[in-house]
Design a protein around this ligand. Structure first.
Ligand code: C5P
Length: 414
């Protein structure tokens, strides 16, 4: 996509991820010019970005090589988007204050292009009152914030403050321009007007106040689908279990913990109006019959916990009087296609995407996936094999299939 992106890199350990971000943005065909603050240059050299972006890197406000010595004005006009990633605590404060004493801060004030920031910092610095105040100011000023993920930090802490993975940032920039281009051309996307609800991630079933039953799902497939559905023009709601992923651009999100909560939110979304329901969540099959109110103390050599079957969310929604188009997922370790096909029929789904989670190069936690997709009998669509690709690429293919099946459904009903 021929759009110009100024990538501003500021001082933080996440700056190393920005090198990969340049690659991922270039994969989408964007032209990248990198601006580096002095702090950023302590972590990574301008030469790295020059080589990766194939453009000169800008580091100073008063640049004798820039046209009329005004690099900030040239860059401000050139940019279709200014992306500050990572955005340090200090830079957020500066931008919120409107200071103008270096290239990035002056560029920020001079540009008419949208500005996106991907904050990255120690969890305590992120939750500090001053940072949260600056975040509010920046949001009110129209800056789009790509919220940090939670997880382990370079400083040894565990908490919120990690910059989202470069692939995720690049996908979201791409989805934004795709949507914008379509708006400009007054063209509709293949899912325009469709209200899509996606369940994603694991569920967590409490045993006592400190322990729970869960699984290894990271939610990446569901989040990639949310981005792809938004890019295709849909109105998207994500019902996310406990995952440490940033909310995709343009997507509404509800956070839930248990399967019961996920079902309640799903049914509320169906009541509010939903055309397509995509169940990517790895819902725990069982929950604890009686959750202990106090921490269970260690006693005998064995401990029995009585489990009860959880509600089947996708099957419940498929029985609803306002049943939307239903898409299921099946993660299996053996007889993958056979089990998936049976699941599609048992749960009354329109289509099911299945993958083999015993493979370490795809599936859980991986950024890649490979799938086989089956369609219910009423669709004139044969099974599709989607070879190994990034989860976003797989998601785009699934969106195409959903759109084709929806068109067939419309013709059936007409
Ligand atoms: O866990 P299982 O293999 O049955 O999951 C198949 C599909 O059903 C998936 O789309 C999953 O999100 C959905 N599911 C659900 N509620 C459950 C179990 C599975 O929505 N309790």
């Amino acid at each position: 996509m021929s759009k110009n992106i100024v990538l501003a890199v500021t001082g933080g350990i996440a700056a190393y991820k920005s090198a990969i971000l340049v690659r991922r943005l270039k994969d989408y065909g964007f032209d990248i010019r990198v601006v580096m603050t002095t702090g950023a240059q302590a972590f990574i050299t301008p030469l790295t970005f020059q080589a990766l972006s194939a453009n000169p890197v800008h580091t100073t406000l008063l640049d004798p090589d820039a046209e009329a010595g005004m690099g900030h004005i040239e860059l401000a006009r050139w940019a279709d988007l200014v992306l500050v990633a990572p955005a340090s605590c200090d830079v957020m404060a500066k931008l919120a204050q409107g200071l103008a004493d270096d290239l990035l801060s002056t560029l920020y004030l001079a540009t008419k292009a949208p500005v996106w920031i991907a904050p990255a910092m120690n969890q305590h610095m992120w939750s500090a009152k001053a940072t949260q105040r600056n975040l509010e100011t920046l949001t009110a000023d129209g800056v789009h914030v790509m919220m940090p993920d939670a997880g382990s930090q370079a400083c040894g802490d565990v908490g919120r403050g990690r910059m989202p993975e470069p692939e995720v940032l690049a996908e979201q920039v791409f989805a934004y321009f795709q949507q914008k281009q379509r708006d400009l051309a007054k063209k509709v996307g293949i899912l325009a007007g469709q209200r899509v609800v996606i369940t994603a991630g694991p569920t967590r079933e409490a045993i006592d106040p400190v322990r729970y039953i869960s699984n290894h799902s990271t939610g990446k497939m569901g989040f990639a689908l949310a981005t792809a559905c938004y890019a295709a023009g849909a109105e998207v709601t994500l019902i996310a279990g406990p995952v440490s992923l940033a909310t995709p651009f343009g997507v509404k999100r509800h956070n839930v913990t248990s399967a019961t909560e996920m079902l309640t939110h799903s049914l509320a979304c169906i009541d509010a109006g939903c055309d397509v329901f995509i169940a990517t969540a790895a819902v725990a099959d069982y929950k604890v019959a009686e959750v202990a109110t106090q921490k269970i103390k260690k006693s005998g050599d064995t401990l029995a916990i009585h489990l009860l079957k959880n509600p089947d969310i996708v099957a419940t929604v498929a029985e609803h009087t306002r049943r939307p188009f239903m898409v299921g997922f099946a993660a299996e370790t053996q007889h993958v296609e056979d089990y998936a096909h049976k699941k599609m029929i048992a749960k009354k789904l329109d289509m099911i995407a299945c993958n083999d989670v015993s493979r370490s190069d795809i599936g859980f936690a991986s950024d890649h996936n490979a799938m086989v997709v089956f369609f219910a009998q009423q669709y004139a669509m044969s099974a599709q094999t989607l070879p190994r690709a990034t989860k976003f690429q797989i998601a785009e293919k699934l969106v195409e299939s959903i759109s084709v099946a929806l068109t067939q459904l419309k013709h059936h009903r007409a």
